[in-house]
Design a protein around this ligand. Structure first.
Ligand SMILES: [Zn+2]
Length: 236
């Protein structure tokens, strides 16, 4: 058990996003004795040419549960439909309630500069949900809970303006990360023409090369989060 247990919650637009963006970090923190959880805003059930959305939703839910079990993460599903996730207060309050229930310390989600509207909306919803969850004057069933911070993970569909500032060594958790991601048929290459497995394996290696770790994941802090305060110029 870690000396000071933290709880990392990753919020993904479609089942599979959270694991691909932050699966290494989730596996690593679970191995270290911390608490982890995943929120799926939608199941991402419209991307299979051979199955109806209802049929694929059943499969994606099972895949998400299998991946979460391998990562050691709790899982929450919101009831929104793939490609129809609205950026509205109802969605933000649903997520606010999950944050108040699960009490994470760190929230991780998509960067807003995405080619997919569900990803952008998830980013905007998470920001509002974090704010609502922390405000005691917003009365919900559960009391307010403030998270320490929010950060953005790297996703192939969210490249516009994503500039990583934090490299996390995931070498020790890499095999678990890949095993979890492979629970999704789309990652193994049987559904999408996008080469998910190759991309995220290569990304972990490339980020590892740049940070001198074996394998790494990249994150980007919100604007202003890395500001340093000092009474004189740092390093002098
Ligand atoms: Zn997605």
């Amino acid at each position: 058990m870690a000396d000071r247990q933290v709880h990392i919650m990753v919020v993904g637009a479609h089942a599979g996003d959270a694991e691909l963006m932050a699966g290494g970090l989730l596996a690593k923190y679970h191995q270290m004795g911390h608490k982890t959880s995943i929120v799926h805003m939608t199941l991402g059930e419209k991307g299979n040419r051979n199955l109806t959305p209802d049929e694929y939703a059943v499969q994606k839910r099972k895949e998400a549960q299998a991946a979460a079990e391998i990562l050691g993460a709790d899982t929450y599903f919101l009831p929104y439909k793939d490609a129809e996730l609205p950026n509205d207060d109802e969605a933000a309050y649903k997520l606010c309630d999950i944050i108040r229930l699960a009490k994470p310390n760190l929230l991780i989600t998509h960067w807003e500069g995405s080619i997919h509207k569900d990803h952008t909306n998830t980013c905007l919803i998470v920001r509002n949900a974090q704010f609502y969850a922390a405000l005691p004057t917003i009365k919900r069933e559960l009391p307010a809970h403030g998270c320490w911070s929010l950060t953005y993970a790297e996703n192939w569909e969210d490249p516009k303006g994503f500039v990583p500032d934090t490299y996390v060594d995931i070498t020790s958790a890499y095999d678990t990360f890949i095993e979890a991601a492979m629970q999704y048929e789309m990652v193994s290459g049987k559904i999408s023409s996008f080469r998910y497995r190759e991309y995220y394996e290569a990304l972990a290696t490339t980020r590892g090369c740049l940070s001198n770790f074996g394998k790494a994941e990249c994150y980007m802090m919100p604007e202003g989060a890395l500001v340093r305060k000092a009474d004189r110029f740092p390093s002098f």
